[in-house]
Design a protein. Structure first.
Ligand code: GLC
Length: 730
């Protein structure tokens, strides 16, 4: 068969590779930010340091993808122009950070993690994908699944929390929501890009972009499961992280990317660097220059160079010199072309871009309803002595910088509109018997307070039955590069709390924040505390429903609240140590136990914790046997009863403790959870099934297996308060 005939029979992506020059192949690996394609004054998202890249128009015309452009008409214009200018007519891939919503913004992922509702999380990702796809996007840089234990790090807001199992459940749900079952056929879905590979959440000191260093065992046991869940769910792309892994920047780390991700896990999709991360291998001190950085990244298996010219400057010469095999470059190009083909871009470069649909579905009632539901289920009631829910007819003073603020979307809400976000005050006035029952005052700024603001707050509180303080962090105080060393509320807000407390009226606090906070001056002062996180476009409506009891809080913390920042990192699945703390030993005055002289070991509020307007009783924990065999199943039953006067949803959590392992084992590990909705007085018998596979872990030689021996089992409403039983694995 002639060469041209053979070529004709090749799939398009293989045809192109045979026609591309070396420079065109290198440019296909380049991803440029929106400003390279924007008309002056156009809005586009820039999410990293913009540098003068010194590239010419020809390079822009050969680039393979663009990030941060959206809008159906703009995408259509950019893609059509690109198709005319690109010699072979290879379409662009359009990517952006659609992390917790596109135009309809959902609660931040850390809040979604507290919903313990992966089905609703999947639905939110599907809505986000639909809105993004009609606006011309093809790939979202989400889900972010980095395990987090340090609330000083600003990007904890982007994670679903501190537990590997819960993070894996959500990772799968988000990927399935974004991608659906048939990415090729369903133009209302987008490809997902799981990030940041790997262990970015362990940045030392909670300082963003800082060093990460951990054992391979820890990496595999805690930090990798959620990425693996995303890959196993068919995630099309993986983004490398800014940090080092065992001394080598992830973006140049062959062991991490080629050996583990591609060979061990069998990932065949596209690997993209984070913004400028290839070039930053030089700043890390793991490459002498950009040429060496490009070499290391390509050898490691990074396909797309986000926003630097390392690849286009150096790959052609590296191939010509033989430092990189042509095959390796071709494979990178083929993976990108295959994704374009999978998205149907060769047949239809405009894919799902649809200005009419865009005008119709953005923030439509159906999408806003999903956001409101998720916001209601993501809020966590941290304290309540009976003050909440509020009663109709009560005079409420709603005071604080978030009393009527639209800054409730959180970081990574790029196209969200703070101006159309449902504000707390507005929603409460709509829900109250009379709008005048809710008097609103700002009371203070985020980090400042004036006499006039204090006077207005005191005036609003006059005659009030209840004071509700709406406090928190401005959204820029978390997110990327948003690390804080002091994670308390700003002093101005603590002053406002003290001022309001002096009035001697019942005091509730609603918190808007992107991380677990040090709640000194809040938790000890208020009668009720509701953690709202950044609840998204419908946040005010959701919170008003919760405050007035139209909805019953069901959120459970997916990340511990520390007693104070000095306790950090604090997390539930910690090891025992050789001198574990015990109150008895402390009572006896034994100094030589693992403790602080000035604070407790336990967090203020543990993983899995959350209150409700009702209460639940757990009884009758029973196991189907006292022994579990390798091929057997252990049935775990418990009866849970709604012992209060309001219907509610309880999240039953099942934890185990491997009492003695080949290596030390956590004092608790979440293995299963179930949500049940119970009417007042209703009981439900809930059954879990435990198998030997769920007891496996990484041994010192990195093999994964279980150890026969004693196990403890805990079932309850959080990681601390639970019924306990024992069994043996034989
Ligand atoms: C940023 C973030 C990453 C994001 C990327 C593109 O630096 O680290 O999460 O997806 O750049 O915006």
């Amino acid at each position: 068969m002639s060469h041209s005939a053979a070529l004709e029979n090749e799939p398009l992506y293989r045809k192109y590779i045979k026609l591309m020059t070396l420079e065109e192949k290198a440019a296909q690996l380049l991803q440029l930010a929106a400003p390279f394609y924007d008309k002056p004054g156009d809005h586009s998202e820039v999410t990293g340091p913009m540098e003068e890249l010194g590239i010419d128009a020809a390079t822009v015309q050969n680039a393979g993808s663009v990030l941060g452009i959206s809008g159906a008409e703009k995408m259509i214009a950019v893609q059509q122009a690109h198709m005319e200018q690109n010699r072979l007519g290879i379409p662009l891939l359009f990517m952006a950070d659609i992390v917790h919503g596109f135009k309809t913004i959902f609660p931040i992922p850390l809040a979604i993690g507290c919903s313990w509702n992966p089905e609703l999380a999947e639905r939110s990702a599907q809505v986000a994908a639909y809105e993004a796809a009609v606006s011309g996007l093809h790939v979202t840089f989400a889900p972010m699944v980095d395990l987090v234990r340090d609330p000083r790090w600003g990007r904890v807001m982007e994670s679903t929390g501190e537990d590997p199992y819960l993070n894996a459940v959500f990772a799968r749900a988000f990927v399935e929501g974004f991608q659906g079952e048939d990415l090729s056929g369903d133009v209302k879905r987008v490809a997902a890009c799981v990030k940041h590979f790997a262990a970015y959440g362990l940045s030392e000191g909670g300082r963003d972009y800082n060093t990460v260093d951990l054992s391979e065992r820890q990496l595999r046991e805690y930090y990798l499961p959620a990425y693996k869940a995303a890959v196993d769910a068919g995630c099309e792309m993986v983004m490398t992280s800014f940090n080092t892994v065992d001394g080598i920047p992830a973006t140049g780390n062959r062991k991490l990317l080629r050996s583990l991700l591609r060979e061990e896990w069998g990932f065949e999709g596209v690997v993209i660097s984070d913004w400028a991360a290839i070039k930053e291998i030089v700043a890390h001190g793991a490459a002498g220059d950009e040429r060496e950085a490009a070499l290391k990244a390509m050898l490691a298996g990074v396909d797309i160079d986000m926003m630097t010219t390392s690849y286009i400057q150096h790959l052609p010469e590296l191939v010509r010199e033989g430092a990189i095999e042509q095959r390796m470059l071709d494979e990178a190009v083929l993976r990108i072309l295959k994704l374009k083909e999978k998205l149907g871009l060769f047949e239809n470069p405009l894919r799902g871009a649809d200005p009419a649909a865009e005008a119709e579905i953005m923030r439509c009632a159906e999408h806003r309803e999903v956001s409101r539901q998720l916001a209601e289920q993501s809020a966590v009631l941290l304290k309540n002595g009976g003050l909440l829910p509020l009663r109709q007819g009560q005079k409420i003073a709603l005071v604080g910088p978030f009393a009527d603020s639209g800054d409730i979307l959180g970081w990574w809400s790029w196209l969200g509109e703070t101006e159309t976000a449902v504000k707390l005050g507005t929603a409460m006035q709509q829900l109250a018997a009379e709008p005048a029952d809710v008097r609103i005052a700002e009371g203070c700024g985020i980090e400042s307070i004036t006499d006039a603001q204090k006077a207005a707050a005191l005036q609003a509180a006059e005659g009030a039955d209840v004071i509700v303080l709406a406090l928190g962090e401005a959204s820029h105080m978390s997110g990327e590069a948003g690390s804080r060393s002091d994670i308390r509320l700003p002093e101005a807000q603590l002053e406002l709390i003290r001022l309001m407390k002096e009035l001697g009226k019942p005091l509730a606090v609603v918190l808007f924040n992107g991380r677990p906070l040090d709640l000194h001056g809040v938790y000890d002062t208020a009668d009720a505390v509701l953690e709202a996180w950044y609840p998204g476009s419908e946040g005010g409506a959701a919170l008003a429903n919760l405050l007035y009891g139209a909805a019953n809080p069901s959120g459970r913390l997916s990340m511990s609240f520390p007693y104070t920042v000095g306790q950090v990192p604090v997390y539930y699945n910690h090891y025992s140590t050789g001198r574990p703390f015990s109150a008895e030993e402390q009572e006896k005055g034994n100094r030589y136990i693992s403790q602080y002289l000035d604070i407790p070991n336990d967090p203020l509020l543990p993983f899995g914790f959350g209150l409700s307007y009702t209460s639940y009783a757990y009884e009758g924990l029973q196991l189907s046997a006292q022994q579990l065999t390798a091929d057997g199943e252990l049935k775990v039953k418990v009866k849970v009863t709604n012992t209060g006067a309001m219907a509610g949803t309880e999240t039953l959590q099942l934890y185990v403790r491997d009492v003695a392992g080949e290596v030390v084992r956590p004092v608790r590990e979440l293995k299963a959870f179930r949500q049940v909705t119970l009417a007042p007085g209703e009981s439900r018998e809930v059954e879990f099934t435990l198998t030997e596979m769920q007891l496996r872990y990484h041994h010192s030689d990195l093999s994964v297996s279980s150890d026969p021996g004693a196990f403890r089992l805990y079932v309850g409403g959080n990681s601390r308060d639970a019924l306990e039983a024992e069994f043996r694995l034989v």
